[in-house]
Design a protein around this ligand. Structure first.
Ligand code: HEC
Length: 100
């Protein structure tokens, strides 16, 4: 019991500074991180709330994300694509998310 307490206290003491310095924006989701790292360069956010959207539903949005990560040569996995599509959906599109 005592050892476990010492371990817990130690990991908290050692953990907090490293978490704080390694991840200054802990509230950023993986999708947001990927998008802001790789996608914002060419188009600003306005592209996602213009009237004539290309992405007309959840499937179309995923297809666009998949297309653009290909254009950028990123070779994202399906889960990366879903994470970014989900981030954009929550933030801009608000389509019902379907399993496809
Ligand atoms: C080479 C520049 C470029 C890069 C890099 C890029 N985009 Fe785009 N994106 C565009 C342009 C230009 C359009 C508008 C195309 C049109 O209107 O026909 C667009 C449109 C889109 C749309 C559709 C918007 C709508 O109308 O609903 C999505 C979604 C999108 N991009 C996601 C991404 C994602 C995710 C990434 C990162 C993997 C990315 N883009 C990277 C240039 C880029």
């Amino acid at each position: 019991m005592t050892n476990r307490w010492i371990f817990a206290v130690l990991s908290v003491c050692l953990g907090i500074p490293s978490v704080a310095s390694a991840q200054p924006k802990v509230d950023m989701s993986r999708g947001e991180l990927l998008y802001t790292t790789h996608c914002i360069a060419c188009h600003n956010e306005q592209i996602h709330w213009r009237d004539k959207k290309i992405a007309k539903d959840w499937g179309g949005l995923k297809a666009q994300v998949s297309h653009w990560q290909g254009v950028a040569g990123l070779a994202w996995s399906d889960s990366d694509i879903v994470e970014v599509a989900r981030y954009l959906n929550v933030r801009h599109y608000h389509y019902p998310e379907r399993v496809q």
